[in-house]
Design a protein around this ligand. Structure first.
Ligand code: ZN
Length: 432
């Protein structure tokens, strides 16, 4: 059982962390000083979460438009930090810099989630992700003022009472861009008991086992992509292990993790402030909106009111299971992924996948593409081709959802390639 903070303690922590973060960003990060100045806001104005709306919302494009020096805290040489490149939907690279302390804190959160799902302190954890471009050896060249600030915040982090085993996590980092067979060998070699990674990559690894499971994970935790119903089923069957989903991003780190009991997601309220907004206003429980997040622990390159571009449905203020975290009901995925239909509706392709659920257990890879406003194609690598009757039933199921104006086609293909960043996009609208 995890030691944990009470709900009021978490809220108090959020408030004090937010104040510290805003002061740190204003003092040390030129981009934020300029941003807050031009919005006429001073850190003194941000007393707590209720004042958050006074700060401008930023996006990837805002950060991409400025130099690395202006978004990294003063006193930290950009080339002394761990560099993560991400490629957005546009394919334009975006770089994120992290200090060793930032990364350590991420690991604490990961371990907390894995422990909650049943990981044991001695478990070897195979983490199959896009690795940082360069894990630099250079010592951080922090100025004394920042160093003391970092230390001060780090002390505060200890108040979080994370799992004491976090230090002992046996993490085996494996590059997700390797061939599935090489990933599988590395996982076997490390006798991984816990698998963490992008669901599409783990599903390809599962195919390497040919039904003979030499790898016997205790549990699987997915992140970085939509865990679609089909992928969840595929992973659970192939590895004969429970599958849990974690909502995380390169920019904001760990944002939410699936509750074992309610099926909702616990928001990492002690690490991020996650706003769910529509037209920049908070939505009510049960409504969907865009994620705007503030990471409370990351100091080298802070993210404050950062628009993720993801759509989620807001859940309860506190989870029904008794954990002291707020919830999101569902992570629908990226806003860009929505399919605009001829009748003016914006349909998330997730709904189409749900309609096809019964057909997908036999599918290798699956991708939904909106080619034109009136044409949606499901590309599948099927282990056995679908019969004409099956295809008719699939079309009926989807047509009842999208209407007769849109043609729905099923294409069997040999292979579907991942994106250059190793992630696999299940949904893609060519209209966006
Ligand atoms: Zn819960």
């Amino acid at each position: 059982m995890l030691p944990r903070l009470s709900r009021p303690e978490i809220l108090a922590l959020q408030e004090s962390r937010l104040r510290e973060l805003v002061a740190h960003a204003y003092e040390n990060v030129p981009f934020y000083r300029q941003l807050f100045d031009s919005a006429g806001v001073h850190p003194h104005d941000i007393r707590g979460i209720k004042d958050l709306c006074r700060l401008p919302i930023i996006s990837k494009n805002d950060l991409r438009a400025v130099s690395p020096e202006s978004i990294v805290a003063r006193g930290l040489a950009p080339n002394s930090l761990h560099l993560h490149s991400t490629s957005g939907s546009s394919g334009e690279p975006f770089q994120i810099r992290r200090s060793g302390t930032d990364l350590e804190r991420f690991l604490h959160f990961l371990w907390r989630h894995l422990e909650y799902y049943g990981a044991k302190p001695d478990d070897s954890v195979g983490i199959v992700v896009r690795l940082p471009d360069a894990l630099t050896e250079t010592k951080l060249t922090e100025r004394p003022r920042l160093r003391s600030r970092v230390r001060q915040l780090w002390r505060a982090a200890i108040v979080l009472r994370h799992s004491p085993q976090a230090e002992g996590i046996k993490a085996n980092w494996i590059n997700c861009l390797l061939e599935p067979e090489a990933i599988y060998r590395q996982l076997l070699h490390s006798t991984a008991r816990v698998l963490v990674g992008y669901p599409s990559v783990l599903a390809r690894v599962a195919l390497q086992m040919n039904g003979q499971a030499q790898l016997r994970p205790r549990l699987i935790a997915t992140m970085g992509e939509n865990l679609t119903p089909g992928l969840r089923l595929q992973l659970a069957e192939a590895f004969d292990a429970p599958v849990f989903d974690i909502y995380a991003s390169n920019e904001l780190g760990y944002m939410a993790w699936e509750c074992r009991e309610s099926g909702q997601f616990h928001v990492c309220d002690d690490g991020v402030i996650l706003e769910v907004l529509r037209d920049n206003q908070p939505v009510a429980e049960g409504e969907w909106g865009e994620v705007v997040g503030t990471n409370l622990n990351v100091l080298a390159q802070p993210f404050i009111r950062y628009r993720m571009g993801d759509i989620v449905t807001k859940g309860r203020a506190v989870c029904a299971c008794g954990q002291p975290f707020s919830t999101i009901l569902e992570v629908q995925g990226r806003k860009l992924d929505y399919f605009r239909l001829p009748d003016g509706r914006d349909l998330h392709p997730y709904c189409i996948e749900i309609a096809l659920r019964e057909f997908l257990s036999d599918v290798g890879r699956f991708q939904l593409i909106q080619e034109r406003e009136n044409l949606i194609i499901a590309r599948v690598t099927a282990r056995a081709p679908f019969s004409p009757q099956q295809i008719t039933r699939m079309q009926e199921a989807v047509t009842s959802l999208i209407g007769n104006e849109v043609e729905f086609r099923v294409d069997s293909v040999e292979a579907i390639a991942p994106e250059p960043n190793g992630k696999f996009r299940v949904y893609r609208s060519l209209l966006n």
